[in-house]
Design a protein around this ligand. Structure first.
Ligand code: AHG
Ligand code: MN
Ligand code: MN
Ligand code: MN
Length: 338
């Protein structure tokens, strides 16, 4: 049996080295960890507890909500609203920000989250996850507004994801590298199993939804064409391809063995006036923080994602992330214009 470091012990140990740390942050992370354990338990039990299928509603982005999208959102709110660490929360599944009720104390942090990522996979029993990001509340804790959330990704205090796969995992960064923990179901604790995760700088694997190929812009088309040309093409090597349609699972694969993940800008999105598919504040920014802390890169195409100034709570952006040398190459293609 594993008698290793729990995620809570790990966070306490990390916070000991930060001057002025009050324990507030440790306690907030602990509540997030608890929420992820509850969601993990619901995902594991699936049809046995009646949580699969559609909720019959739509979120602010016009996506059909699954029952588990809504349930996981509720779990996150209930776990994190009572302890006094947060001023407000924002989620994929809530149109507006969620200020902490005055019945609890308001704290100095903001929490954004994607309660269930990859929810189109839930009914077919393929891996899903949860993504979160912690920010400081710049306007103070008394009357948090949407504007308080509109901070560049470089301002994040911490980010992480839980992956509900063959085993459940929690992967975290507080700006001091990336560490992975595996849930031991018997004792109900996430145990440090993947210390100091690092993304290999080179790869022969890429991930993109190729059904959108006809809509891609020329830099992405060029990159993928060159990968597909294999040994005989300009890259001089064969590539492999994966598409899980759960960003958490794709990022986890990239953290484990390298690769590139792309949900790029395309002509179809442009026609609809959308900035991309993935959401900046609770998908792109936290994943970018994790990927950069593991030595990888994360861009929209020409720009670093974490330097974007957000304009809206549910803003969407193109995302290209993963092994550093490949991401730099793709950025170069964008800067050259094709
Ligand atoms: P969510 O389930 O939270 O709405 O996010 C789904 C995202 C992401 O996880 C995945 O990479 C992408 O959407 C899949 O999109 P396609 O179905 O277009 O491939
Ligand atoms: Mn969704
Ligand atoms: Mn998502
Ligand atoms: Mn989601």
């Amino acid at each position: 049996m594993h008698n290793g470091t729990t995620v809570t012990q790990f966070i306490i140990e990390e916070q000991r080295h930060i001057a002025g740390a009050t324990g507030d942050f440790t306690s907030l992370l602990n509540d997030i960890v608890t929420a992820c354990k509850v969601i993990s338990n619901m995902v594991n039990h699936g049809a046995l507890v009646g949580v699969l299928g559609s909720a019959g509603s739509e979120n602010v982005q016009g996506e059909t909500q699954k029952k588990l999208d809504v349930l996981a959102n509720d779990v996150f709110i209930r776990s994190n609203e009572w302890a006094g660490h947060l001023a407000a929360m924002a989620s994929e599944e809530m149109d507006e920000i969620y200020p902490i009720s005055k019945q609890y104390t308001r704290g100095k942090y903001l929490l954004t989250f994607d309660p269930l990522d990859g929810s189109s996979n839930i009914d077919v029993n393929v891996s899903v996850g949860t993504i979160f990001s912690i920010l400081r509340c710049p306007g103070g804790s008394e009357a948090p507004t949407e504007r308080d959330f509109l901070q560049a990704g470089t301002q994040q205090v911490a980010a992480g994801y839980a992956l509900y796969g063959p085993s459940s995992m929690m992967v975290l960064t507080t700006g001091n590298g990336v560490n992975g923990f595996t849930l031991d179901q018997n004792i109900g604790e996430f145990i440090l199993t993947h210390p100091k995760m690092e993304i290999p700088a080179d790869t022969q694997e890429f991930a993109i939804n190729a059904s959108n190929m006809r809509f891609w812009e020329s830099p992405v088309r060029r990159y993928v064409d060159e990968c597909l040309a294999g040994k005989e093409g300009p890259r001089g090597k064969d590539f492999n391809m994966r598409w899980i349609a759960s960003m958490v699972a794709e990022v986890h694969r990239i953290l484990t063995r390298g690769g590139v993940f792309m949900y790029p800008m395309d002509a179809k999105m442009k026609d609809k006036g959308q900035g991309g598919k993935l959401r900046l504040l609770y998908e792109a920014n936290p994943m970018s923080f994790i990927v950069e802390q593991a030595g990888g890169g994360s861009i929209t195409g020409a720009q670093r994602i974490m330097e974007l100034q957000p304009e809206q709570l549910h803003q969407r952006v193109p995302v290209i992330l993963g092994s550093r040398n490949e991401v730099e190459r793709i950025q170069g293609y964008h800067l050259e214009g094709g």
